[in-house]
Ligand binder design. Structure first.
Ligand code: F6P
Length: 194
């Protein structure tokens, strides 16, 4: 059995301000997580010479992976966070106040709701397909450093969670979800690096 390690990026400046989307750098707390993650990965994947680190193309995942040395890194656009379209850069409060209909529609059907000029969860699930195919094909461990919505979808695939639950799965910051795919099925461990 070989592990797949899933983690969100370290806390970003936009996380601190409550803004969605964007391409901000990580905060001091995010930097600290990046160092702890590197430590964890280097220990956990010692002797795993073929392992690789996958990130999105956004700064916050690339910066989070940057202290990890000794493994190749691959950037996937398909791992970028859900595109919030016209709401990119806003807080949930601002969306609620300035675009109440959009806010309500999303609340009523978070899975299917598509941000104007952006994406829905269903769109994200669809674009992740090549990533999933490649993850299935890998024989060596993979560390995936990505984003909340994207990781909900990836996790749901491996943990066999129903589609309608995906937008509501808890995906906290600074936590590693380790998935082991063995002959007896899928096993899961969580590591909170605080
Ligand atoms: O707030 C962080 C974030 O990654 C945003 O960039 C993104 O829009 C959001 O989480 C996705 O979570 P939700 O679907 O619950 O809004």
């Amino acid at each position: 059995p070989r592990p797949i390690l899933l983690t969100r990026h370290g806390e970003s400046r936009d996380n601190v301000r409550g803004r969605i989307g964007g391409d901000s750098v990580i905060s001091d707390a995010g930097e600290l997580y990046a160092k702890k993650l590197a430590n964890f990965v280097e220990k956990r994947l010692k002797n795993e010479r073929a392992a690789s680190i996958w990130t999105s193309t956004l700064q916050r995942t690339i910066l989070t992976a940057s202290p990890i040395v000794g493994f190749p890194k691959i950037q996937w656009r398909a791992l970028d966070e859900i595109n919030a379209g016209v709401c990119d850069g806003m807080t949930y409060e601002e969306i609620k106040k300035n675009m109440p209909d959009e806010y309500e529609s999303r609340k009523n059907d978070k899975l299917r709701y598509r941000y104007p000029r952006g994406e829905s969860y269903l769109d994200v699930i669809q674009r992740l397909e090549p990533v999933i195919i490649e993850l299935e094909r890998q024989r060596a461990p993979v560390v995936v450093v990505a984003h909340q919505a994207v990781l909900r979808a990836l996790y749901a695939y491996f943990a066999d969670r129903p589609l309608k639950e995906i937008p509501h799965i808890e995906m906290p910051l600074h936590t590693i979800i380790e998935i082991q795919m063995g002959v007896t099925g899928v096993q899961e461990k969580r590591y909170k690096l605080m």
